[in-house]
Design a protein around this ligand. Sequence first.
Ligand SMILES: *Cc1c(COP(=O)(O)O)cnc(C)c1O
Length: 386
Amino acid sequence: MREFGTTVFAEMTALAVRTGSVNLGQGFPDTDGPPAMLERAIEAIRGGANQYPPGPGVPELRQAISEHRKEHYGLAYDPDGEVLVTVGATEAIAATVLAVCEPGDEVVLFEPYYDSYAAAVALAGAVRRPVTLRPVAGRFTFDPAELRAAVGPRTRAIIVNSPHNPTGTVLTRAELEEIAAVCAERDLIAITDEVYEHLTFDGVEHIPLATLPGMRERTVMISSSGKTFSATGWKVGWICAPPALTGAVQTVKQFLTFTAGAPWQLAVAHALRHELPWVAALRQDLQTKRDRLAAGLRAAGFDVLPPSGTYFVQTDIRPLGFTDGLTLARELPALAGVVAIPTQVFYDRPEYGRHFVRFAFCKKDEVIDEAAARLASLGKGAPRTG
Ligand SMILES: *Cc1c(COP(=O)(O)O)cnc(C)c1O
């Protein structure tokens, strides 16, 4: 695990603190989730929900997850045997990769990818097979031929993240059909990370891969309450999958954490049943924040690639005279008092992401405005290299 020793997130957060910069690096909201959900957690603690919950998750939550999948996507998952509550999507991803991969097996990933995927693949002794997402007309997408070429005889699984962090791409039905066809032809298990399932913009619809013909039986569908209900510190996630896959993941999960978060599980069950109107308002609010930050970044001289979902906006830094996002991210606190994340850290082949920098907009309006005001000076200086 040596290659995973230090992350750029820790470096950039430390830099933000040291320099008093506005931190648009880390992707967590700076406001709380629905008040009634928070109250429900407090009630649950007062009411004694403070011991180990059942291994698969508290029944109320599994029932609520099952109902939510059915109502939103028409997917029926049995709360007993096809739903497993995990410690966030992070544990769900790690436990699933560990469950389905033997050492030497390969996992296809779309780069740039969420950093825990590579670590989970390494923990399983498996091998990453990256497929690069590239901007086409301002939106990151993949080349189906490249996807097919990445799959070999030892490829066991593919991790599909849509809405996608860090590019903000929401995969279209046509793109999902390409992925589904490859899964069927090459007998792959699809591991879907759908933590931003509710956070899409401009009326763009999130389509779960499991809803495509033939995909439910080979998909481990992962989501989490963290992003949906602005409670990233609660770490309540889940998988939905056919019984054999769910059982395999639970076998691993029971030795990672066994179980966790009894009061938060009860509160999330409430939220899934009663707080989706709150989430609809959050989505609208985030879309406005996206536009607010994008306008500021454009005014500062960045080329903005507007996202259709998630918390993040990608920028191309070359119009400002920079070529390397890591250099810019390290200099930005001194240049403008803002912290962002160099997108190249999310790639196996950083050269493809060299000139992109990621900014988070899941922040209060005044924080976004302050960042925009500070960045405004950036384009006015002499063009830089490096
Ligand atoms: C935040 C995030 C996660 C982690 O979810 P948790 O529920 O906090 O573990 C997983 N995948 C993506 C793409 C994320 O952005």
